[in-house]
Design a protein around this ligand. Sequence first.
Ligand code: BTN
Length: 254
Amino acid sequence: MTPDEKLESVLKRQTRFAELIHVQSCDSTQDLAAQEPAGGNEMSGDAVFWADHQIQGRGRQQRYWDDEAGLDLAVTLRVTTKLSNPVALPAALPVAVLQACEPIAGQSLRIKWPNDVYAHDRKLSGVLIDRDTARPDTYRIGVGINANRTKFEGALADIGTSLALLSGKQQDRHALVLALATRVDAMVAAIEHSDLREHEALFRERLGLLNERVEVHARETVVGTLTAIDFANLVLDERITVPLAIVRSLRRAP
Ligand code: BTN
């Protein structure tokens, strides 16, 4: 069995992902997951799309997502499920990424609003969720993780880090895909079962802003002490409730 065949077989047995599509290169795994039929001939079988290199990797807000061919991880986990609470997904996703990466990084990671995973002041991972109106119950959960790159150049020189740099050794990307898919599977199950307490607790802890003075950009800009936050709302000064769905930025007040 090849490493891909082994990984696919474990994914099939242990998670909802019945198929692994691993390509050398594509424009973006988000687009691959939108085009590629999987799960028989259905367009929406739960599957993992993994590229060793993306030519047009997409970040949030139309930004470009950079990877180093064969070293980093660009994965889209395509999930079809009826979620009564889909707004929880963008906040819960970095928790799953963090759970997959922390044992490898050997240190606590943090979440930077809205859903980046950082080690201290350097970005390790970013996520992107696509959904289209034709298939509203299908989520294309894109995760980029700097895995085995050890040099960041240009604009990334002072802001990027990788699992290899954090752990001091090259990492097995097949094991990383399995860890990620396992955590994403469990996180989606937690949303399906409305059992998010554990994920919310870790989210609060790793966001590190509870009881801090923060600045929130939503319909307007509000400054106050963050007294509560879960996957639905945040609360300032115990009385101003802001739905996360309208929060554009959340950071420590200057
Ligand atoms: C961000 O931090 O702005 C989000 C980055 C998301 C990158 C991942 S890599 C796999 C998937 N395919 C893409 O084109 N983007 C996401």
